[in-house]
Design a protein around this ligand. Structure first.
Ligand code: ATP
Length: 237
């Protein structure tokens, strides 16, 4: 199989917080259309890697972004909603993303349907449930048509039904060809969604493999020895 076209990459990147190297001399390339899962124990460096890929952190080494990968968005564990209606949260995001006015209404409407929130368009976004807010956060990011979407543990605060809905949205984004990079502790979710797994430990990459090979070959990595990381409810939910 041919390699996906590179969209962005880090070479020899180190990120320090005081004396701590949260990322240590990391090399990683993200290709168009990949769904990359970042896994590893607490403090392994997953969020730091997401932020470094997104260009949010000072670092040594280099970061390269292909012209076609310039539009990027991030969805966080706890979505941030403006004190506005659901629809106006979408409109503002589209305006901030520089989407021409003539396209905004259509895109907002499409995003509402993607999030299954069309019947709540006029509700204050902050009154939605956690799962609904996360669906809106995803649809809001999607509406701006990013080349790459970064996700930092997007389902960690949600119940199993809400997790399923978010996973369905992510699978649909991936099927549309969007490139996704997601940190998660949910290995069931990794198996269901990701095409590739990057396993971090102490700020370094321990494994970087296609998902099937990762689960076949790396049963001995520290995350998989941590029973808390593979509770049955996480595997199935
Ligand atoms: P988790 O699974 O708990 O979210 P993680 O793999 O995402 O962890 P990071 O949040 O990237 O890990 O943190 C990597 C290391 O850097 C940790 O030791 C963390 O304490 C440290 N760290 C992260 N952000 C900061 C900060 N702003 N200031 C100081 N240290 C930080």
């Amino acid at each position: 199989m041919s390699e996906p076209a590179p969209l962005l990459g880090l070479s020899g990147v180190t990120v320090c917080y005081g004396a701590l190297a949260a990322l240590n001399d990391v090399d990683v390339q993200i290709g168009r259309g990949e769904f990359v899962a970042l896994v590893g124990n607490n403090g392994a460096g997953k969020t730091t890697l997401l932020h470094a890929l997104h260009g949010l952190l000072p670092h040594t080494g280099s970061r390269r972004v292909a012209e076609a990968g310039a539009a990027q968005a991030m969805v966080f564990q706890r979505p941030f909603m403006l004190r506005l209606s659901v629809l106006n949260n979408l409109r503002v995001a589209l305006w901030l993303a520089g989407v021409p006015k003539a396209e905004r209404a259509g895109r907002a409407c499409e995003a509402l349907h993607r999030a299954a929130l069309a019947d709540r368009a006029e509700r204050p976004a902050r009154t939605l449930s956690g799962g609904q807010q996360q669906r809106l956060a995803l649809a809001r990011a999607w509406a701006a048509r990013p080349d790459v979407l970064f996700l930092d543990e997007p389902t960690s605060n949600l119940d199993p039904a809400a997790k399923k809905e978010i996973e369905a949205m992510l699978a649909a984004f991936a099927a549309d060809g969007m490139t996704l990079v997601m940190s998660t502790h949910n290995l069931g979710q990794v198996k269901r969604l990701a095409t590739r797994v990057i396993h971090l430990d102490g700020g370094a990459i321990l494994a970087d493999l296609p998902t099937e090979r990762y689960f076949g070959e790396h049963a001995d990595l520290p995350l998989r020895r941590d029973p808390a990381a593979i509770l049955p409810s996480e595997e199935s939910s």
